[in-house]
Ligand binder design. Structure first.
Ligand code: ATP
Length: 357
């Protein structure tokens, strides 16, 4: 049995997993802190589930190391890794009651805290806000309730780490939003290290302490939700997480922390303050992005004249698509717009994500 130490870190160090000629995860390194809610997000097929399975022990890496609390767990079977796993489909046993389903989690381990199985089941059902449902048939529960039973079952033996693989993908949008808040509350109440897999970037930003954005089996960026959103470090992250306007141009001048960039027929000024890549020089190709909510109608140091092509009323705001010299731009506004408009942004609101010499 692996017991995670107090600073309890889970690490993947240069882990690679292939299936035939297909590389699912390549040289992937991650480190998760004790009590952290850590989310793996990325498009379909980027290696999220494979990474979770490598942590759980359902797969072994072809190279690289998985460590729990500093100990290499190569060859340690899933049942000895002290992890609780919840999959996307409810995977409850339909021939068992809710209580028996939760108690199933205790088949391979004693309940923690010296309590009886019945007491532990009642404790867990209370935690997931389903007190008194022990005798019910899982089929009589809603999708969200069933997923909470699955979480209770995974938590019953008191695992060190909770692994959740798209636990809400079968639920409708409103229920997903409610359940993600409940999952976060349960995680915080138990202070349990949690790895959460989702392809939904909004969900990732909403619940996590830190987010790892994966792309084609590798890590693009690991950061807090705010930094992932406001300080993307690659074009992929900038475009995958939320809407973004991406500009590409040639550097004309560099003045301290500001670059002047020729994009199409305009000259735009861009802050380099957050850029952590190679030094930017005249003649380099620079890619930077500006969030739709940072583009303002009629203000900003950089001005662009564009034509409105479509508007989507989203309630709180309207997403307006614009054509600017053949490039599509997106803007978030409360105003109704039409025809030609001038939109602008300040250099500090532009994030550089790539510089090529
Ligand atoms: P999704 O969001 O669609 O679930 P994912 O990010 O979880 O995707 P993985 O399931 O980890 O991605 O798969 C990564 C790649 O590895 C995919 O191209 C997938 O087809 C491939 N793959 C995963 N498991 C296997 C397997 N058992 N056999 C063959 N190929 C596999």
């Amino acid at each position: 049995m692996i017991t995670v130490g107090s600073e309890s870190v889970l690490e993947l160090d240069g882990v690679t997993r292939r299936y035939g000629g297909m590389t699912a995860v390549e040289e992937l390194s991650l480190s998760v802190a004790d009590g952290e809610f850590f989310t793996l997000v990325g498009p379909s097929g980027c290696g999220k589930t494979t990474t979770l399975r490598l942590i759980a022990g359902f797969e072994e890496p072809m190279s690289g190391t998985v460590r729990f609390g500093g100990t290499d767990v190569a060859g340690v079977p899933p049942e000895d890794r002290n992890v609780g796993v919840v999959f996307q489909n409810y995977a409850l046993f339909s021939h068992m009651t809710v209580g028996e389903n939760v108690a199933y989690g205790l088949n391979f381990a004693e309940p923690p805290g010296g309590v009886s199985d019945e007491e532990r089941v009642a404790e867990l059902l209370e935690l997931v806000d389903l007190s008194g449902t022990q005798g019910r048939d899982p089929s009589s529960l809603s999708g969200g309730q069933r997923q909470r039973v699955a979480i209770a079952r995974a938590l019953a033996p008191g695992p060190d780490v909770l692994l959740l693989d798209e636990p809400m993908s079968a639920l409708d949008a409103k229920l997903r939003e409610r359940l993600r808040v409940q999952v976060r509350e349960i995680q915080q109440e138990l202070d349990i290290t949690t790895i959460y897999v989702t392809h939904d970037q909004e969900e990732a930003l909403a619940v996590s302490d830190r987010v790892a954005v994966l792309n084609e089996g590798t890590v693009e960026q690991v950061a807090t939700p705010r930094d992932i959103y406001h300080r993307p470090q690659s074009r992929f992250v900038a475009e995958f997480v939320g809407d973004n306007n991406v500009f590409d141009g040639e550097v004309q001048a560099v003045d301290g922390d500001t670059a002047t960039v020729a994009v199409s027929e305009e000259t735009l000024r861009v802050s380099l303050g957050d850029w952590r890549g190679s030094p930017v020089s005249v003649g380099d190709r620079l890619t930077f992005c500006v969030r739709p909510e940072e583009l303002a109608v009629g203000s900003g140091a950089n001005r662009l004249t564009a034509g409105v092509t479509s508007s989507e009323f989203l309630g709180e705001t309207t997403r307006v698509r614009l054509d600017w010299l053949g490039q599509e731009l997106m803007l978030r506004t409360r105003e109704a717009l039409g025809g030609d408009v001038t939109v602008g942004f300040d250099p500090k609101d532009a994030r550089v994500v790539e510089c090529r010499t």
